[in-house]
Write a protein that binds this ligand. Structure first.
Ligand code: CMC
Length: 430
């Protein structure tokens, strides 16, 4: 493999080094290109651009491979749980029993939110979208815990363990309070004895008089959903987190940016959009065939299908598709949306439009059906994705903050506007 790439520009020949990642992925290092030539690279949507080096997650989109810190997603999905995987993603190694106990204790300690923050929720409209609230509340943590959010990376890293535990633990408390408030229900506080997912379900569905007993099958399903979302290298929201972090911003502010980026329907909002799509198909009596035809005609988009990186099956979709079926069987739920989803999948996978464009189900295609089955309301699906993605955002923030050679992210552009012209007084315009 060549060590260099040669670029010929006019009569100039320039040589740029090829850098190789630990899994053999190759990149041409163009950091000196502009200084050498006055040119920039143009790559709208960043499909060919490596924005950083990272040691967290490896994806081979053509082979359908996803690994956190080297561990295949299939093994983690089968053997681990969300909190152990969160530790792995954030700290780089699976925890020892002692590390796990300490991490859990820190999460338990930081599960409640500052009591004054409850009043913040009061001031939002009852029907505010939970993603809007989550972004606002995540950012608000910097106001309530300013010592952890100094915007001086050296100082913020000294308090990293606590800040990370707060973000990871409080994200689920904020989500549960949002749900309770939106329904006019009293806030339920976290319980020390419960594990992460059980505690979340308790804060969502217990009432002051009766505890909601989370069935183990539901806790397992929730663990799996969150674990499968824990990180996904340089996607839109994680890149946003790194972008904000690169300016020196604190962990909470950077994660708030990730939440905002995740909200859109082309990213985390897809899980909500999938269920809305399936409900619409169901309401019209279509088995999915008409919808496939309209997607092919460019009149609609088959939500939960396609991925910028995976050009083979999304490995998370394989795991979640099977888990979805198992969960519904165990709970004895017959969901017509699952039948439509299965039919859409079969129809799309045998259709040349989807085959040619390498469009396969992604993680969002089945996660919504699972969340529906365990009682999560549809407008909270993307928030669940955010809870799951928190370890990835936290570890990416840490990578940026700890990089001694880190520079502010600052892409360039090709300007296509007007060239210079003189100011026109108002009576001479038009
Ligand atoms: N349904 C129908 N056609 C599609 C779809 C789809 N879901 N996705 C892509 N295409 C077509 C697209 O119209 C284009 O066709 P043509 O070449 O004829 O113009 C071709 O496939 C390439 O699509 P693209 O939009 O250039 O692909 P992209 O890499 O920019 O977008 C994507 C990736 C995920 C945004 C897109 O596939 C999509 O919108 N999918 C639906 C939304 C979705 O499920 N998002 C969740 C992604 S996974 C969770 C996450 O990480 O956020």
């Amino acid at each position: 493999m060549p060590n260099n790439a040669v670029l010929k520009l006019g009569d100039k020949e320039l040589t740029y080094p090829v850098i190789v990642g630990s899994e053999g992925e190759k990149a041409i290092d163009l950091r000196n290109l502009r200084a050498d030539t006055g040119h920039i690279t143009y790559d709208e949507g960043y499909g060919n651009t490596g924005s950083c080096e990272s040691a967290i997650t490896y994806i081979d989109g053509d082979a359908g491979i996803l690994r956190y810190r080297g561990y295949p997603i299939e093994q983690l999905a089968e053997k681990s749980d969300f909190i152990e995987t969160a530790f792995l993603v954030i700290y780089g190694e699976l925890p020892t029993a002692e590390q796990r106990a300490r991490f859990s204790a820190l999460l338990t300690e930081h599960a409640p939110i500052h009591e004054r923050m409850v009043y913040l929720f009061e001031s939002y409209p009852r029907d505010a979208h939970p993603m809007a609230l989550l972004g606002a509340m995540m950012n608000a943590l910097s106001c309530y815990y300013p010592a952890l959010a100094t915007n001086d990376h050296k100082r913020d890293l000294e308090n990293f363990d606590v800040a990370a535990a707060m973000a990871l633990s409080k994200v689920r408390t904020i989500t549960a309070i949002t749900y309770r408030m939106s329904r006019g229900l009293p806030v339920i506080y976290p319980k020390r004895a419960f594990k992460y997912c059980e505690n979340f379900m308790h804060m969502m569905f217990s009432d002051p008089y009766e505890h909601f007993d989370c069935p183990p099958v539901v806790a397992r399903a929730l663990n799996l959903i969150l674990l499968l979302h824990a990180d996904h290298e340089q996607n839109c929201s994680t890149s946003s987190v790194r972008m904000v972090a690169s300016s020196g911003a604190n962990l909470f502010a950077s994660c708030a940016a990730g939440i905002c980026a995740l909200w859109g329907p082309l990213h985390g909002g897809a899980n909500q959009a999938v269920i809305q799509m399936l409900e619409e198909i169901h309401a019209t009596g279509d088995d999915g065939s008409k919808f496939i035809a309209s997607a092919k005609a460019g009149k609609s988009r088959l939500m939960g299908f396609g991925h910028r990186v995976y050009k083979n099956y999304d490995p998370r979709a394989k795991i979640i598709g099977k888990a979805c079926e198992d969960l519904l069987n165990t709970l004895g739920i017959k969901d017509p949306l699952l039948d439509i989803a299965r039919h859409l999948e079969q129809a799309a996978l045998s259709d040349n439009y989807f085959i040619d464009r390498k469009l396969y189900p992604n993680v969002d295609f089945y996660s919504g059906i699972m969340m529906r089955a365990i009682g999560i309301p549809i407008n909270m699906f993307t928030v669940m994705f955010a809870i799951g993605r928190m370890p990835g955002w936290i570890s990416n923030w840490k990578e940026v903050a700890s990089n001694p050679k880190g520079r502010i992210y600052r892409p360039r552009q090709i300007y296509t506007g007007k060239t210079v012209r003189d100011y026109v007084p108002v009576d001479k315009r038009g």
